[in-house]
Design a protein around this ligand. Sequence first.
Ligand code: CDT
Length: 306
Amino acid sequence: MREWVIGAAQLGAIQKSDSREAVVGRMIALLDQAAAKGCDLVVYPELALTTFFPRWYMEDQAEVDTWFEREMPNAATQPLFDRAREHEIAISFGYAELTPEGRHFNTSILTDRQGHIVGKYRKVHLPGHVEYDTERDFQHLEKRYFEPGDLGFETFDNEDTLMGMCICNDRRWPETWRVMGLQGVELVMLGYNTPSINSQNRGEGLEKRLYHSELSVTAGAYQNATWAVAVAKAGVEDGFPLMGGSIIVDPDGFVVARTETESDELVTATCDMDRCQFGKQTIFDFARHRRVEHYGRITSQTGVKR
Ligand code: CDT
């Protein structure tokens, strides 16, 4: 399938006390709306099933593990998979993954339109910190609760379209996009939980936060001639605001759909994957134009060396 009607299914706030079953009910309601609009694929946010728990400092690993899923699908999410299969809609969403070996990842999965998981991604660029930080207005403890993803930025053939995933902070890193671009990716899906306030710079307003998010996604789409869908978990979670601004972006880097609220909201766009070809065959024909002899530092060096 080369033409996909894609839904960006933004979720509003999820409070600490909200059950997974309640959240899955909201996700199914958005899926039903998507079906009515003829969607073939629906993308949900990062850590879609729970509140953004990395804002909470926890020392008890048993408590931490209550926020993780040991299998996917599981009892709470099976109804979402079932409804997606009934509607013949592929889905992608994020969750905290606890593996049988006891490893913790910030993960996204992708299904085909029959509800089979056809792709998995584990977040590589984990933001934040490991220990309680008294200098911040609020905590961002992803580095405490997750290990960096071990699957790289793979792409997955889903009914003849090459799809890839990344998660939230990954969108700010051009390496994320280019590694998928080098595989010929045609659709990049990502979810995010981005605080509306910078915990280390109170002066930074929402306008700048939204701009940086959109700048990252539109640049990544344009520079790799790919469609992109970026979906927020938004709204005020137990007093902590997350920004909205979910977008669908075309391979020229233009936003073709954008949410307007900080609540559960679906926006859709018809995405012709063949529109990726022009950019991939001309200005971003990597085989003709890339100069890898000058890119060594990208993989040999992490920090800045003046
Ligand atoms: N969830 C996530 O990755 N959020 C980050 C916030 C960074 S501030 C510590 C983001 O890039 O939006």
